[in-house]
Design a protein around this ligand. Structure first.
Ligand code: SAM
Ligand code: FES
Length: 348
């Protein structure tokens, strides 16, 4: 396996068969070596910096019904909320005070926020705070809608592809289209966003073959960001009794992604920190270089319950900021509060 890892490290590429061979034969020694090479690659491109993004979860209404997701339409136990533009701007203000220069606005697919409302929110943030980047993560929209948000100042867009296996995708997403999800990612890239794709790890019936498809898809798409995290069951969803993904598998995939896409911005996600107290630290050591602490008001935090056992639901933004900074330092890295653009855009 060491030879294959060296080949991946040197060429930033492997065939599907080689990737599958690696995934099927990961013993302890290979894992250690893989993480070491991924960390080396990340240090080479981004030094020991970890970029911080302030996450604002502004609505938990959603018209979709993803079978794994706690804010799915059919979850009648979800206590729904929406933040007003003023409340969102207040989160940004607190974030700015704490040093954040990137805000990620995430929510379910909520028709209440019309294009005009999103444009107004994005342009107000950009007008109020100098030098900040705005990332949207609000699901599938038309090309025209994405273009309007971009013209209003949105810089980045996160839309996980969730899984690149059509059959698995269809089994998890009633009334949704795999083709449309992929089309959205291409539209976003065409428009000029820094785009983020990504997937979950440990979904029921997910295999190493599926991961190989995810990895080759990412290599081809060349996104600026990749968000991956373990699937974690949520008690009010159809997948409530399924097993969660593991830190181990997530870290292997983080390392493979770092080696396939050396310049990618790669978060150690909240889900990873939720299945293990040191999950995010392990993610950083496996090649991740971004964290996304929560800036949402504490009054709504526990309502954005995508999965059970989500961490940081009771903490004020300032507490999250300090907690994560200590964790990053203890893991041997440095906090970077700048906009943290993709390396190809940092000198522009
Ligand atoms: N609606 C937007 C979208 O579809 O991209 C953004 C919000 S969505 C809730 C954000 C991400 O949460 C999804 O892309 C999915 O990967 C993740 N997620 C949802 N349920 C999850 C679960 N049970 N475990 C882990 N991650 C989950
Ligand atoms: Fe909202 Fe999946 S339940 S996008």
């Amino acid at each position: 396996m060491k030879k294959l890892i060296d080949k991946l490290y040197d060429s930033n590429n492997l065939s599907s068969d080689e990737l599958l061979l690696l995934l099927n034969n990961m013993d302890e020694e290979s894992k250690k070596y893989l993480h070491m090479k991924a960390n080396e690659t990340r240090l080479h491109i981004y030094n020991d910096k970890v970029y911080m993004r302030g996450l604002i979860e502004f609505t938990n209404y959603c018209k979709n019904n993803c079978r794994y997701c706690g804010i799915r339409r059919d979850n009648k136990n979800a206590s729904r909320y929406r933040l007003s533009k003023e409340e969102i701007l207040d989160c940004c203000k607190e974030g700015y005070r704490l040093g954040y220069r990137t805000y990620v606005l995430q929510g379910g697919e909520d028709a209440y926020y019309t294009d005009d409302k999103i444009v107004d929110i994005v342009s107000s943030i950009k007008a109020s705070f100098e030098d900040v980047a705005v990332t949207l993560s609000i699901g599938e929209k038309s090309y025209e809608s994405y273009k309007k948000y971009f013209d209003a100042g949105a810089d980045r867009y996160l839309l996980r592809h969730e899984t690149n296996s059509r059959e698995l995708y269809d089994s998890l997403h009633p009334d949704m289209s795999y083709d449309n999800r992929i089309k959205c990612l291409h539209d976003l890239k065409d428009i000029g966003y820094q785009i983020g794709a990504g997937f979950m790890i440990g979904l029921p019936n997910q295999t190493n073959e599926d991961f190989v498809q995810d990895l080759t898809f990412l290599k081809k798409l060349q996104p600026h960001m990749v968000g991956i995290g373990p699937f974690i069951p949520q008690s009010d969803t159809p997948l409530a009794d399924e097993k969660a993904g593991t830190v181990e598998k997530t870290c292997i995939l983080l390392s493979l992604i770092r080696l396939l896409l050396p310049e990618v911005l790669l978060p150690a996600t909240t889900a990873l920190g939720s299945i293990n107290n040191k999950g995010r630290e392990q993610g950083l050591k496996a090649g991740a270089n971004v964290v996304m602490p929560n800036l949402s008001p504490t009054s709504v935090r526990d309502k954005y319950a995508l999965y059970d056992g989500k961490i940081c639901t009771g903490d004020e933004a300032a507490q999250c900021r300090n907690c994560i900074e200590n964790r990053i330092k203890m893991a041997g890295y440095e906090v970077d509060m700048s906009r943290g653009d993709h390396i190809s855009l940092q000198n522009k």
